[in-house]
Write a protein that binds this ligand. Sequence first.
Ligand code: UGA
Length: 437
Amino acid sequence: MKLSVIGCGYLGAVHAAAMASIGHEVVGIDVDDRKVASLSSGVAPFFEPGLQEILTAGLASGNLRFTTDISEARGAEVHFIGVGTPQQKDGHAADLTFVNAAVDGLLPHLAAGDVVAGKSTVPVGTAAALSPRIEAAGAVLVWNPEFLREGFAVTDTVDPDRLVVGIDANATGAEPAIEKIRSVYRPAVAKGTPFIVTDLATAELVKVAANAFLATKISFINAMAEIAEVTGADVTQLADAIGHDVRIGRRFLGAGIGFGGGCLPKDIRAFAARAEELGRRDSVGFLREVDAINLRRRERAAALVVDALGGSVVGKRVTVLGAAFKPYSDDIRDSPALDVAVRLRGLGADVTVTDPQAIENARRQHPQLTYVQDRDDALRNADAVIIVTEWDEYRRHLTPEHAGSLVAGRVIIDGRNCLDAVAWRAAGWSYHGMGRP
Ligand code: UGA
């Protein structure tokens, strides 16, 4: 099929290349000419495992191209909208500027029977508001939320765990529109991937509800970590024990410095803001608590470093392992790792940050920090080390003995509870987990 994808960020670029990889003819469209030039020349503009390969293959096959000219969406049967919906500068609600601009830009190029498929995460009610203009052009609007995880974006796109398509069942052309979306995802559908057809509001809500649930799960275990800290309990063992209950499950019970990234933090805030607009402030009032617990963990991590260094970090060399908000990504949006680094610097520490992929992005946002690409160089002469992004380079491949041969002081703070405390202590380190004795 001929597809257009409007917005070529973490979501759209992967979607465009992934759709080309399953045989569609795709044009990716973005207003950022540098991003388009990079993608067109076959260079992935950000780090995402597997993206480079499908980008190269897509360009070579002729199935994939990128442009800044939205009129090139003309002729596509399905137009995906994958632009960002960041947090508003002066509030918690989502900023829909890019979604509105994408739809405005697309409208003159729509043909009767085209499907516009929203993938961006939007406040419930957005699709219904956009729909009349799209219908007036003879096209049909569906909402097809995206559940991909950064770091696994390519596999999550090609082989998702579910497909959700929201549509106004009374809209002209609703049935053929659903069939077109089914055809787009034919390989996944043929495999038996659940394909859930619902109304527009439910589809929009599925997305924010999923992210709100995940954020709540993380903050739940971090709240338990806070209790563990004053009782001498071990939150990692607690998580293992409750996680054996299949109704609870162990995944997303990783206590530590909490969640960040371009999605979870802004999505729970936007959800709470939207609920308030809808007169249901109290229904998701707990999300404010989820946010507060999450932010407290960053503060707690910095405090742990201070305590571990005897009450002050002033003039102390602290090496921060990680800058990205999670491993296998170079994304530093609302990164708890960088937040901790900035806090430590604010407390007077001499901070050195290292990360396998995210240094360039981090430097742009926080030029005041010192960055060292090589892990071992970064560790050299440190008075304390804090691991804040659980890259394999730090979690698996760094032994306490090797690290110990580089640092000035064997003090480690495990901001992700990802190290073997027994092994680090046995090697003479003063080990401090989060919510662990
Ligand atoms: C999240 C969702 O997981 C995706 O399903 C969704 O599609 C995406 O947002 C989105 O809305 O686009 P992502 O932001 O890539 O995906 O990252 P996650 O894997 O959810 O991790 C989010 C944060 O939670 C990271 O900072 C991670 O370190 C942290 N986390 C995760 C924990 O602190 N503890 C855990 O147990 C798990």
